[in-house]
Design a protein around this ligand. Structure first.
Ligand SMILES: [Zn+2]
Length: 283
């Protein structure tokens, strides 16, 4: 009898360390931080935060909007802006097509209007699974248009960044988006419209160096990696030892670059708090 027990065929499960969204149909996910095996459905219910160590998994743009905005309130804008390949960069078109197929999005950001507990906002969320959430011409254009609409409609702007920075395949066209988005945010600022920037894991490169760190309020999710160049590049360039916790949200809070760290579960009430304090009259 016992022999039979031991001879039972083993059932293998696939354990992936990636975000749930990348692995549709995966039942179990291993937390990359603490190694805990998590049941996908429970993890999703917990807003994709590990119940053991509070590791915040990366969210897709639609997931981010779903947990932030009131149900059915989101209205996408500029959905017809399709990705471009201005430099005819080798293999870029195929890469774009693959990213569009996996994510269901045209490019690495989803923008539009919606409400948070009744507060109308213009909102954008990066899609970290679309060529690392990188910013090319279309991403820059969508952010700029969103900021311009915020001015026109006198509505607060809310941006969730999750990006590897400027998109290499669009070269200087990507770099130009830094100036373009920053200029749009400057106009927003002159018009006295509230802009809340939420930095999520990872926010790096040209995104950190432009609109993402120009918020009236800049907040981050716990443990998010935020920086410009990667730690290895900085170490090689400066030939200096980097301090522990370098480029984490916690480190940047200590050094004054961000205003607060807000766990995902507290994000919505905190946003409402900011909106009610600072955007009065913009609703
Ligand atoms: Zn964990």
């Amino acid at each position: 009898m016992f022999k039979d027990l031991f001879r039972k065929p083993q059932r293998y499960i696939t354990v992936r360390s990636d975000a749930v969204t990348q692995e549709k149909g995966t039942l179990w996910i291993k937390c990359p931080e603490c190694g805990e095996i998590l049941y996908a459905r429970e993890l999703e219910k917990n807003l994709n935060v590990c119940r053991k160590c509070s590791h915040h998994f990366r969210l897709s743009a639609p997931e981010r909007l779903a947990i932030t905005l009131d149900e059915d309130s989101f209205q996408e804008m500029d959905a017809d802006l399709d990705a471009v390949d201005p430099l005819s960069f080798p293999e870029y078109k195929d890469k774009l097509a693959r990213a569009q197929e996996t994510t269901g999005l045209q490019d690495a950001i989803l923008t539009g209007g919606g409400t948070i507990l009744g507060w109308p906002v213009l909102v954008g969320a990066f899609e970290p699974h679309f060529i690392m959430g990188s910013m090319g011409s279309i991403v820059g254009e969508k952010i700029t248009r969103l900021a311009e609409r915020a001015i026109e409609k006198k509505l607060p702007l809310l941006l969730f960044s999750a990006s590897g920075g400027a998109r290499m395949q669009e070269g200087v066209f990507s770099l130009m988006q830094m100036a373009k988005t920053s200029a749009a945010i400057a106009r927003l600022n002159e018009a006295g419209i509230l802009y809340i920037s939420v930095l999520t894991d990872p926010t790096t490169g040209g995104v950190t160096a432009s609109f993402a760190t120009l918020g009236d309020i800049i907040i981050a999710e716990p443990g998010a990696m935020i920086g410009f160049a990667g730690p290895r590049v900085i170490k090689d360039t400066t030939q200096a030892e980097l301090p522990p916790g370098f480029q984490t949200a916690e480190f940047l809070l200590d050094h004054g670059l961000i205003d607060a760290i807000v766990p995902r579960k507290e994000m919505k009430p905190r946003l409402i708090e900011y909106l009610s304090y600072l955007a009065d009259g913009q609703r």
